[in-house]
Design a protein around this ligand. Structure first.
Ligand code: RIB
Length: 298
């Protein structure tokens, strides 16, 4: 099973704060850490840890952060041959504050901006060799939409995780195989006038809404709303939980699992991921996910 990710590659600069600061407020923090991140790279690592053959497509700057992040992907068995090293642009960074069992993130795109339509054109033949392609919203959106169009034409299954929040044109929603917004992103894309159930019923087994500590919901092809609750976790760092969910979901659904099994697996992987520091630090192996699912069912 070969899965491609086209997305962001960031160096996360993470501080622990006594709590998330309010607007205009200063709070005490500690322990600044530089940790590999970026929604694209995180999802690639999540999938590789779970046993998939993964290729990362994206851009970094010609700097220390870029070299470190490529090495980190390679250490995690993600293929990096197609990552473009861009002169004159810094590698993307994210400023992350951890507090109150949650986080805030400010992303500075840097070289991620160069994952544009001309880059997609340059890698498209490599891209078409994959069984599934996974996207997020941390690279230029016109490039995301263009790549979705050409993968759809080739009949390649597509997962779109529309984070950070931005509208998704209806014709793009039609072309993706799965779309995985959180609640906020779902209302932005599908309209606030409707209930969650109404939105889910419009896109059976395509739309999956993640709801943080409330779990995940979809509508099955039978019309039944399926909601899977979160597992109990000892939270250390919630950064990357959504990425772990998306990576694990892609691996399972690409491997032929049914929707319910894929969601239970992805939810469990995401629950495990928050128990260690860093977006990628807690991403589990398939053995760890299966062990936890077994313990839940006992
Ligand atoms: O989803 C978490 C990620 O969002 C972080 O790793 C950060 O880099 C931002 O892209």
């Amino acid at each position: 099973m070969k899965i491609a990710v086209i997305g962001s590659i960031n160096m996360d600069q993470t501080v622990l704060a006594e709590r998330i600061p309010l607007k205009g407020e200063t709070v005490k923090g500690s322990d600044l850490q530089y940790i590999p991140g970026g929604k694209g790279a995180n999802q690639a690592v999540a999938m590789a840890r779970l046993g998939a053959e993964v290729t990362m497509f994206g851009c970094v700057g010609n700097d220390e952060n870029g070299r470190h992040l490529i090495k980190n992907l390679e250490t995690n068995n993600v293929k990096t041959d197609n990552i473009k090293i861009v002169d004159g642009e810094p590698t993307g960074i994210a400023i992350i504050t951890l507090g109150e069992d949650d986080n805030t993130i400010v992303v500075v795109a840097g070289a991620n901006h160069c994952t544009d339509i001309s880059y997609i054109e340059s890698i498209k033949n490599e891209l078409f060799k994959h069984d599934m392609v996974v996207f997020q919203h941390e690279i230029p959106l016109d490039a995301v939409h263009y790549a979705i169009e050409i993968c759809h034409e080739k009949g390649i299954p597509i997962v779109l995780n529309p984070a950070p929040a931005a509208d998704v044109p209806k014709e793009i929603v039609e072309k993706v195989t799965y779309i995985t917004p959180n609640e906020h992103e779902a209302y932005l894309i599908f309209g606030e006038g409707m209930s969650e159930e109404e939105i889910l019923k419009r896109y059976p087994e395509k739309l999956i809404i993640t709801k943080g500590s409330k779990g995940v919901s979809t509508c099955l092809k039978s019309g039944e709303i399926l909601s899977i609750p979160c597992i109990k976790s000892s939270i250390v760092d919630t950064t990357g939980a959504g990425d772990t969910f998306n990576g694990a979901f892609a691996v399972k659904i690409c491997g032929g699992d049914k929707m319910k099994e894929a969601l239970i697996y992805a939810n469990t992987a995401a629950g495990l991921s928050v128990e260690k520091m860093g977006a990628q630090g807690g991403m589990p192996t398939s053995e760890e996910v299966e062990l936890r699912i077994g313990n839940i069912l006992l």
